[in-house]
Design a protein around this ligand. Structure first.
Ligand SMILES: [Zn+2]
Length: 251
């Protein structure tokens, strides 16, 4: 089994607005990380980054208010399917696409994997459809391209040997994390936006806007109780050295 981190562009923004504990007025590149696992019997993609319109002239129409909140830096080579190719996989090998949640920087590119089954929790979809009616981080254009079966679970869901989804609500109602366990016993957990920084996860300190602070805090407790290394979606320091694709572990 192989696990890769894929850097799928950046959100150039005032990091104080995104990350607690930073001085105001400091602009920075916040990475948008997606992950891929090659099980040997199909590839899983965890989060799909931003929609391809971020690379073209119609970006503002797709991204709405997010286009002015963030300066989206995502050339075509940084789209999740391009990063996957750079890791040596083809989109045809992708069997599972899992979205931690449905914000624009996590669910913009599901359509790039037409042969895969999409794992979006039903409760997340219900919430996102309401949220997308007003300017927010959930984009109607992204939701329109989802093709997810009616599916959900309450605590955890075993997708395949070594691949477990874990309910981690709080950032959004149907947020989920991916726990990857290798044959050699090493474990990793892709935490999505359960919290933005590694330290915030370890401190059980929710970041950004949450739909429930209590749920978010409980979810962070759950994640740190796993015997697994934390892989964040947006921690600037954790991913400083990864400009495109990085192999995290292989057995
Ligand atoms: Zn995010």
């Amino acid at each position: 089994m192989k696990l890769w981190a894929l850097r799928c562009g950046d959100l150039h923004t005032d990091v104080a607005g995104l990350l607690a504990g930073q001085p105001r007025g400091v602009m920075g590149d916040v990475p948008v990380m997606c992950f891929a696992v090659d099980t040997g019997d199909g590839v899983l993609v965890f989060d799909t980054g931003m929609h391809e319109s971020c690379c073209g002239p119609d970006a503002a129409a797709h991204f709405g208010s997010m286009w002015t909140t963030f300066e989206l830096r995502c050339p075509r080579r940084a789209l999740v399917d391009e990063r996957l190719r750079q890791a040596g996989c083809s989109v045809d090998e992708v069997r599972w696409v899992v979205n931690s949640h449905l914000h624009f920087d996590h669910a913009g590119r599901n359509a790039a994997f037409p042969a895969a089954t999409q794992y979006v929790r039903a409760r997340e979809l219900v919430w996102a459809r309401e949220r997308a009616k007003v300017p927010s981080g959930v984009l109607a254009g992204d939701l329109a391209e989802l093709n997810a079966p009616d599916w959900d679970y309450d605590v955890e869901f075993d997708l395949a040997p070594g691949l477990r989804l874990i309910s981690t609500p709080g950032h959004t109602p149907g947020h989920q994390a991916l726990h990857v366990t290798f044959g050699d016993g090493l474990g990793y957990v892709c935490v999505g936006d359960a919290a933005y920084t590694l330290q915030a996860v370890l401190d059980h300190r929710p970041t950004g806007r949450t739909t429930s602070v209590d749920q978010a805090t409980e979810s962070l407790r759950k994640l740190t109780a796993l015997d697994a290394q934390i892989l964040t979606a947006h921690d600037i320091d954790q991913w400083r050295g990864v400009v495109d694709v990085a192999m995290i572990h292989a057995t």
